[in-house]
Structures are given as C-alpha cells and as structure tokens.
Design a protein around this ligand. Structure first.
Ligand code: HEM
Length: 408
C-alpha cells in the first residue's frame, strides 16, 4: 500500500495531532504510535505524506541505512512546510556519500573537544556577566529568564562563533524561525531560506577577505577550504547557512525548559549544586527528556524497503522522531522519569550515523556551563508562577516556553 493510497482517517497530522504533554513533556501520542504503529503515515503542513518512525532501533536504522537519504535537494522532495533548509544545495545536512564525508571532515576540524573546552570558558564569562546584570536589576517581582538569560547567552555564543554582530544575529533569528515555522506559507518559507542564504554568502565573503589561517571559527574554516579548492564555494555558503540555524535556536529551549525542569526536581538540583561534576549529566538528561521538536527533518527512500511488514516505496519520505526514540522504554528504563543519574548511554537525541550532530559536544558544554553558573550564582532561584501556567512559544519549532518568570 503506497502512502498516497491511504485514507485520510488513517493519517495523522503534524503538528495538530501531537499536542505536548504537561510541562513541555513529550506528546503522549508518540508513545501510542511507538507501541501500536511504529511506522505511521503522517501528513505534514506542506501536504506531503511521510512515514513517521518512533522506535529507538528504527530511528537508528533509518539514520544509519544509506537507502534512506538526506539529500532532498530536488523539486518535489518531501518537506515539512516548504522549501526550508533541507532544500539548500551545498549544505552538509543535505548531502550523502563521499562528498558529505569530505565536507564533514573539513568542518569537523573546527568541532573538536579542545574547541568545546574553549567555549566552556567563554560561556562561563558570558553567563556570569548576564547574572551580574540580573543581580543589579534585583529580583523586584519577577524576571523573564528567556529574554534576560537564555536568548542573550545564545546570541552571544552565536555572534562570536559565526563572526556576526547583534543586528545580523537578530535578522538571522527572525528568518530562521520563519523557515522552521510549521504554520508558514510556502512563499514565506522560501523567502526566509533565501534571506538566510544571502546572509551566509555575506559571511563567507567576509571570512574570505579577513580571516587568515584556520583560526576564524567554522565559517573561516569553510571559507579557507573553498579558497584552496578542497570544497566548493556553494558548499561553504550552504553549510554556513546550516550553522546559522544550529547556533540560533536549538540551544534556547534546553536553557529555558531545562532550567524549569531542574527547578521542579529539587533533589536532583541539590545534587548538582553539591557536586558540580553532575552538570553535564543534567544537560544530557534535559536533552533526552525534552529533545528538540516533535520530529527531525525528512529523508527519502532510495529503494523499496520493508519495515514492520509495511513497504516503504522508493521515493517516499520517512521522518524520524528522536524525541520518541529518546523515550523508548526498550532502550531507556522509566523514560518518563527525569533522572540525571540514568546510565543508558544511547544518545539518539543528537541523531545517529553519518549525520550525527557535529555540535553535540559543544552544545552540551554550553548548556551544562550555563546551568552551573546560573544555579551557583542564584541559590534562591525559583519559578515566579505556577509551572502549569507557563505557555509555549508560538513561533518555536521546539517545545520552549514563551517566557519563564523567575525570581530568587
Ligand atoms: C541542543 C542543541 C542541539 C541538538 C538537540 C542537535 C541535534 C541534531 C540532530 C538530531 C542532528 C541530526 C539530524 C538528522 O540526521 O536528521 C544534528 C545535525 C547537525 N548538528 Fe546539531 N543539534 C544541536 C546543536 C548544534 C550546534 C550548537 C551545532 C553547531 C554549532 C550543531 C551542528 C550540527 C550540524 C553541522 C549537523 C549536520 C551534520 C551532518 O549533516 O553531517 N548542532 N543536530
């Protein structure tokens, strides 16, 4: 049975049929699908029908198996809502095979453990500065953690990493949110993708003119490789656009909803405060528990593939949910329990296989360092409102509070 033959009643709609659980937890329907419909037809806002994969083992299979391709740079490719970052030529994210491996090794030269350690120091400095400001303003009433800590911290990270100023970051953020907005029209999404590409082009030009050697951050690394001819200019620009997305939005939710979840788990928070070596565990558990977004971006089947007795036909789109996988009881004991001492090592929440997140170590360092500074400096930090009244940001692809009123 092809996806197109299915009756409308058999197909779930993303995002309407996937409301989140309480306190920004995983949409309960994902657990039902994982048990009863491990390969479930869904319709995206683009109108495309895709197979949704929710089990840990299946998500890893799709991400490892080269018969499922991330190269969606062709007309009519499966899309979320429109021609978003998956339509961009030259982006690492959208490539496969040797070209992908080569570009990844070039960019990987920046994303080392040593670089991530350097970011620990930088993040500490920025987090202390932001808390200084909070303290100067004083806890008169309440303060919004999103606008006074999570977003400015991520903005400082993004501007330094990408070599952009605050205005450019603000512009990028608006366009990237439009690109990822599941309620956006195809025209809005296409225009946002073009705007991100234009900024990426500017950044590569700038790095080309001014950054000698490989010390100029990831954009400098890409620009230099393009200059030397080991990658194409299109790859440098496409991948810079991808990085703009990665540094802008995915870090704000764990800093915000993660802080809220830690505040709701006093005993675990107290354990981290007593032993700061636990902050990286806290970051990992937040990223598992609240893993970004209902789904990841689509892939396309390059040939007919049978899974759970269902045929995924060549050309059909498949979409994984690392959120569902990170809550699969086949892999994680009591997955609905927030437990930073859990020992399972599965890290599917950063993907798997050849497209495994290049920034995973860096992201964990930034999140863990931010928690360490915030909770050490403000020992009385607490929510200023009842947790159930905290609302989701409308324009966010991720499960992120619009505002998080706190006091201390
Ligand atoms: C908490 C934050 C983050 C999460 C949860 C996350 C998650 C992911 C996931 C799941 C993928 C694989 C998607 C797929 O195969 O379909 C991915 C890819 C990627 N991520 Fe991250 N990411 C985060 C932050 C970052 C940061 C901060 C950077 C860089 C500064 C980054 C750079 C990348 C890159 C370059 C890829 C593409 C790799 C490739 O296609 O070979 N990510 N990320």
């Amino acid at each position: 049975m092809a996806l197109t033959d299915l009756a409308e009643t058999e197909v779930l709609r993303i995002p309407q049929d996937f409301p989140p659980g309480p306190l920004f937890t995983i949409p309960p329907i994902l657990a039902t699908l994982r048990d009863d419909r491990p390969l479930c037809p869904v319709v995206m806002p683009s109108g495309n029908r895709l197979w949704l994969v929710t089990r840990y083992a299946d998500v890893r299979l799709v991400m490892h198996d080269p018969r499922f391709s991330r190269d969606l740079v062709f007309a009519g490719a499966p899309r979320m809502a429109g021609d978003d970052l998956t339509s961009v030529e030259g982006s690492l994210f959208n490539m496969e095979g040797d070209d992908h491996a080569h570009l990844r090794s070039v960019l990987g030269a920046y994303f080392t453990r040593r670089t991530a350690d350097g970011w620990r120091v930088t993040t500490e400095r920025h987090a202390h500065d932001l808390v200084d400001r909070l303290e100067r303003a004083g806890p008169a009433g309440s303060v919004d953690l999103v606008t006074s800590f999570s977003e400015p911290l991520v903005a400082r990270f993004a501007t330094e990493l990408m070599g952009i100023d605050n205005d450019e970051h603000a512009r990028a953020q608006v366009q990237i949110r439009r690109q990822l907005d599941l309620s956006g029209t195809p025209e809005q999404i296409r225009a946002a993708t073009a705007a991100v590409a234009a900024l990426a082009e500017e950044l590569v030009d700038r790095a080309d003119g001014h950054t000698p050697g490989r010390s100029g951050g990831p954009v400098g690394t890409l620009a230099q490789a393009a200059r030397e001819g080991t990658i194409s200019r299109r790859e440098a620009v496409g991948t810079t656009g991808l990085l703009l997305m990665n540094v802008t939005d995915p870090l704000v939710p764990p800093l915000t909803v993660g802080t809220m979840t830690l505040l709701l788990h006093d005993d675990q928070l107290a354990a981290c405060r007593r032993d700061p070596r636990l902050w990286p565990e806290a970051a990992r558990e937040v990223l598992r528990y609240h893993n970004n977004g209902i789904t990841n971006f689509p892939r396309v089947a390059l040939e007919d593939i049978d899974l759970h007795g269902i045929r995924v036909s060549k050309g059909e789109g498949v979409i994984t949910s690392t959120l569902a996988a990170a809550h699969d009881p086949r892999e994680f004991a009591d997955p609905g329990v927030f437990d930073l001492r859990r020992t399972e090592k599965g890290s599917v929440f950063f993907g798997a296989g050849t497209h495994f997140c290049l920034g995973s170590v860096l992201a964990q360092v930034v999140v863990a360092t931010a928690y360490a500074v915030l909770f050490a400096r403000l020992p009385g930090l607490r929510l200023a409102v009842a947790p159930h009244t905290v609302e989701k940001a409308d324009d966010s692809f991720f499960a992120c509070p619009a505002t998080l009123p706190v006091t201390w």
